[in-house]
Design a protein around this ligand. Structure first.
Ligand code: FUC
Length: 786
């Protein structure tokens, strides 16, 4: 074997089990310019840490691209590679213990109730399964003495990550994308000189797996997933890598493939597990990845790239946003974040907004799993909070921007998960509560576990599934597709049925309440979170019942049930204002006992956002009370909790306050160099919540009207947005200048009648499907519209 190949093949073998032993990267010099277009994240040095690496994904498989010169690392994920196997954690003692817990709560013995719940109601095991990394593809390159004009970037418009540099006089370009069209990750290595592309490729993983070569151009990793909490790993998985060289030679050792002196090379990466659904792990990952590689190999790189671009841009290009610009746009992204100052970088908000859309497109596509706590990207076997689905805020927040930012398709994996939960949750409803319908508590995982976990303060909350149903209804609201509504209505009805069966009358006011429950994760003054009828539960159920009634009316279904739901809705506990003028978090004015508390969860503000129960025009006293609560809770908290507050201030029409909190989200303590949100640690909900908030500042449609620029901050005096979506089925374009609306274009995407509002001005518009109308700043039709 040629000694040169031998040397860097040995390098791959040596790094075979460790990702920390990265060889020293060469010295960099020169000043690579910023990419030509604005929608790129870019850097002048390779990533040293995972939160500096750039994320690509096709909704199912993804990679974090480090951009090294001597050594490239692509950290790989497949969205069904979780620990464990099908399991049902419901505690058989729960059904007997719950009536007793209920009694203790109504007697005010909250801590006793919590102890009983802890001993006899919580799931077994007490924790759920975690999402796991697949491993890494490592590429080793020959030594180079001088490297100039290094740049790596992620172009949000093309969804391609590129690494470029000049080494010893040769310009190298490496491109990486995860194709939604061909279901493979594609890596292209090219140079501006013939025969300049040489590298060795190897796979490594912390999983129980074997890694080897199958021919001179194929690497294969075969493994089984981890066991967790006593649940045996039941999945097989496979990562298959094919290396294709143009010119030069290909060779392999037992665990690495090498390319020597090629003109260019293309690497195809496929990954799959045996997961078919939450109860069936009989899939054949080898057949899947072999099929994907064979199909992709038959196409040229240009054909693969063209199909990828078409499918990505079909979604991404629907929305364009301009918020103004400044000198800061020329800086590398890490420097922009590091130096982010109030008001000096308006384009960063537009970039952050489009990055959120990019992430949702990249981690949540039809047929895949929903976006988990880290979307799709995780380098660990034991990530924070298991990188699961926390459904007392985080999963819902992931989908807040989906409809308003014109990515309705991306909700499909969430709808599919709710369908699964309606089945596993029906067992939980029956076995734990003796109830009909379905229930799920504050967390779920790949196996759609629905029991209460972690401990009473976190898990004893029956409203997770009910909250998820809001996303189902919203998808109808924005799209007005009755065939879709017909499919999801039974899921909403099942969620409501559970509460019709389990709500109980509280002794003092005779309201119907949940019991036992919690106001997510917040302790009340009696030493526990366990309580009856937290405000959030009543708000969620008011929406669930109302939306079920509306859906049933549209579908002409279930007259008797509608009546039951409407009777129960009338008896839910109302929103109440406490003695400090705050919105009460609990049935009683317990907040008054802890007026300074700044808990990150603002659960009872669900009524303000994402719900529309509290609005400045419709319920001004409650809106004021919500303001008092927001001021008490404070602006600076975890990433997702900051994002929730921004959405709330937008709903309160305070653009400058929303903007000032947005600046905290962009701060380097809450945004990593690769623009992932920092809880900290990385949690993707902050990205999505922030994206949603920017949309809410520009357009709202929850109160029966399409409101233009409802919370425009003074920092964005001029701008333009196209392609935002409004409830009722409309696409909206808005232009403004000097802080005032200049023009609006409304196009029907199925909707017919729209009520528009700008400040105190209103207009009624009627449209046929597909038609568009342009209006001026007075909301008068422009003669030659659109
Ligand atoms: C909830 C939050 C935490 C974290 C976790 C994943 O429990 O309270 O802050 O986001 O979910």
């Amino acid at each position: 074997m040629n000694t040169c190949i031998h040397r860097f093949l040995c390098g791959v073998v040596l790094i075979g089990c460790s990702v920390t032993s990265l060889a020293a990267e060469p010295q960099l010099s020169g000043n690579a310019p910023a990419p030509g277009e604005r929608l790129s994240l870019w850097y002048r040095q390779p990533a040293q840490k995972w939160v500096e690496a750039l994320a690509v994904g096709n909704g199912r498989i993804g990679a974090m691209v480090f951009g090294g010169i001597k050594r490239e690392r692509l950290q790989l994920n497949e969205d069904t590679l979780w620990a464990g196997g099908p399991y049902d954690p419901v505690n058989p003692q729960a059904r007997e213990a719950l009536p007793e817990a209920r009694r203790l709560v109504f007697e005010g013995k909250y801590s006793e109730a919590a102890r009983l719940i802890s001993a006899r109601v919580m799931s077994k095991p007490l924790a759920q399964m975690q999402y796991e990394t697949a491993g890494d593809l490592m590429l080793s390159f020959p030594d180079s003495s001088a490297v100039e004009n290094y740049r790596r970037d992620l172009n949000l418009d093309t969804a391609v990550a590129t690494v470029e540099y000049t080494a010893d006089g040769t310009r190298f370009v490496r491109q990486v994308f995860a194709s939604p069209a061909d279901q493979v990750i594609v890596v292209r290595l090219a140079a501006d000189k013939q025969g300049a592309v040489s590298f060795a490729a190897g796979l490594q993983t912390p999983q129980k797996a074997s890694v080897g070569t199958e021919s001179e151009n194929t690497l294969v990793m075969r493994g089984v997933n981890g066991s967790a909490q006593g649940i045996q790993g039941a999945l097989m998985f496979q990562v298959r890598v094919r290396v294709l060289a143009d010119g030069g030679t290909l060779s392999a050792t037992s665990n690495a493939v090498a390319v020597l002196k090629a003109n260019s090379a293309t690497i195809l990466i496929a990954a799959a597990t045996s997961y078919r659904n939450s109860q069936d792990v009989s899939g054949d990952p080898e057949a899947i990845v072999k099929g994907q590689i064979a199909a992709a190999e038959a196409k040229s790189f240009d054909t693969l790239l063209a199909a990828h671009l078409r499918e990505h841009q079909r979604l991404f290009r629907r929305v364009a946003l301009e918020l103004g610009s400044s000198e800061a746009v020329r800086l590398p992204t890490n420097e922009r974040i590091q130096g982010f100052h109030h008001g000096e970088d308006p384009q960063f908000a537009a970039l952050y907004f489009q990055f959120g859309r990019y992430l949702l497109i990249s981690c949540s596509r039809p047929g895949g799993q929903p976006a988990n706590l880290q979307g799709l990207w995780n380098d660990s076997l034991n990530p924070p909070w298991g990188s699961k689905y926390t459904i007392n805020i985080n999963t819902e927040m992931n989908y807040w921007p989906a409809e308003s930012c014109n990515l309705g398709e991306c909700v499909e994996p969430l709808v599919a998960m709710v369908r699964d939960l309606s089945e596993t949750g029906a067992r939980t409803a029956k076995e734990m509560y003796g109830a009909g319908g379905w229930v799920t508590h504050h967390n779920t995982d790949l196996w759609r576990a629905t029991g209460p976990i972690d401990g009473p303060q976190w898990g004893m909350w029956p409203s997770g599934g009910a909250w998820l149903c809001l996303a189902l209804w919203d998808h109808y609201q924005f799209g007005r597709d009755e065939a879709y509504l017909k499919q999801v209505y039974p899921l909403m009805r099942g969620a409501a049925r559970f509460f019709l069966d389990t709500l109980v009358e509280e002794p003092k006011h005779k309201w119907l309440v949940t019991n036992p429950s919690i106001s997510p994760e917040n302790q009340h003054p009696f030493g526990t979170a366990i309580c009856a009828g937290p405000t959030m539960d009543s708000q969620i159920l008011r929406d669930l019942f109302s939306n079920c009634i509306a859906a049933a009316e549209i579908l002409g279904a279930d007259a008797e049930l509608r009546k039951q739901l409407s009777d129960a809705r009338a008896r839910l506990a109302p929103n109440q204002i406490g003695s400090h003028g705050q919105l009460q978090e609990w049935l009683e004015d317990w907040d008054a006992k802890a007026p300074e508390q700044q808990h990150r969860h603002i659960s009872h503000l669900y009524g303000l956002f994402p719900s529309a129960q509290i609005t400045p025009r419709g319920t001004p006293e409650l809106a004021n009370a919500a303001k008092v609560t927001l001021n008490t809770r404070g602006d600076i908290t975890t990433g997702w909790a900051i994002a929730w507050r921004i959405n709330c201030w937008a709903r309160l029409h305070d653009g400058d306050r929303a903007y000032s909190i947005l600046n905290h989200l962009f701060d380097p303590t809450r945004t990593y160099p690769n623009m992932f949100d920092a809880h900290p640690p990385f949690q993707i909900d902050g990205n999505f919540g922030g994206t949603s908030a920017i949309a809410e500042m520009l357009l709202q449609s929850h109160a029966g009207e399409i409101e233009l620029l409802p919370a425009l901050p003074s920092a964005w005096p001029a701008g333009h947005v196209t392609g935002l979506r409004a409830r009722g089925g409309f696409d909206i374009e808005i232009a403004w200048d000097a802080g005032r609306l200049t023009s609006v274009r409304i196009q029907s995407a199925g909707g017919r009648k729209a009520a528009l509002r700008y400040g105190s001005r209103t207009a009624e518009i009627e449209l046929n499907s597909g038609d568009a109308v342009r209006l001026d700043s007075e909301l008068q039709r422009v003669a030659k519209s659109p």
